[in-house]
Design a protein around this ligand. Structure first.
Ligand code: SF4
Length: 262
């Protein structure tokens, strides 16, 4: 159900207050320039934030500016991406940097950011909110869970979900939406977990419409999941590692690898 403006303001106040004391100690959050925020947000799409925290500095020292990344060779970008997985993101990020650099820099609004190659609604809103003071809340799977539980509306489709998240943004002061999103992420990790929510010690318990009433998740289907080493994703990663290691010398990609025949 829609929260009243008073309830929303209470959520915002409790969440931001909790975040000041309990934010995860991430080095990457010390950077708030648009280029660094873009890099970190793209990395964090499918990689754990603790791993991004370890690896983002290496990438940013290799390519410290939008111009440096835009002018880099693709092979160098893939080399700097080593350890992050899902290498397609590195290629999209490279193309986005080239497009933004050619246009004179990263745009400030989520609508314009979303026009860059490979930048989706979540990343665009995250960069706009954290780096440019945008007021729209970025919604990924974690923030969606928090918003849906706070409002007691379990199955919102993307548009109403974004509207419900933006209702929190509308009651924030200027430049607070980025911190709100990071706080909600940390809350999703510390308390509002998908299958084991810890409502008892959640700072939002008094204002949450689902406190203590989150339905148990359906039992996981126990099936024969393929071994990772038998998947195409595993094979792609190994082949790319070999190509990275070989550099300009190149490599013969014939022969079996893991559970994959020649
Ligand atoms: S009270 Fe429970 S359901 Fe509500 S936000 Fe906190 S952990 Fe999530």
């Amino acid at each position: 159900m829609a929260l009243t403006a008073k309830e929303i303001r209470s959520v915002n106040q409790l969440l931001l207050r909790w975040y000041v004391k309990s934010a995860r100690p991430l080095k990457i959050r010390e950077r708030s320039d648009p280029y660094s925020v873009l890099i970190v947000e793209v990395m964090a799409q499918q990689t754990q934030i603790s791993r991004v925290d370890q690896l983002a500095e290496r990438f940013l020292s290799r390519f410290p500016t939008l111009a440096a990344l835009a002018k880099a060779e693709t092979a160098d970008v893939l080399e700097a991406w080593r350890g992050l997985g899902y290498n397609r993101r590195a290629l999209s990020l490279h193309r986005a940097a080239q497009a933004a650099h050619a246009a004179g820099g990263l745009p400030a609004t989520h609508e314009e950011l979303q026009l860059l190659p490979g930048i989706g609604p979540y990343t665009a809103r995250a960069v706009a909110a954290i780096a440019f003071g945008g007021s729209e809340i970025p919604v990924d799977v974690n923030i969606a869970r928090v918003v849906q539980r706070l409002t007691g509306e379990a199955k919102l489709t993307p548009k109403p979900l974004q509207a419900a998240a933006n209702a929190f943004g509308a009651e924030l002061k200027a430049n607070e939406a980025g911190a709100w999103a990071q706080a909600a992420m940390d809350l999703a990790n510390a308390h509002c977990r998908a299958s084991t929510p810890d409502c008892d010690s959640c700072p939002l318990r008094s204002v949450c419409h689902s406190a203590g009433r989150v339905a148990a998740p359906p039992p996981r289907k126990v099936g024969a999941a393929p071994r990772f080493s038998s998947t195409r994703r595993w094979l792609r990663g190994r082949l790319l590692d070999e190509l990275r290691d070989a550099g300009a010398a190149g490599v013969k990609l014939r022969g079996a690898r893991g559970e994959h025949d020649a």
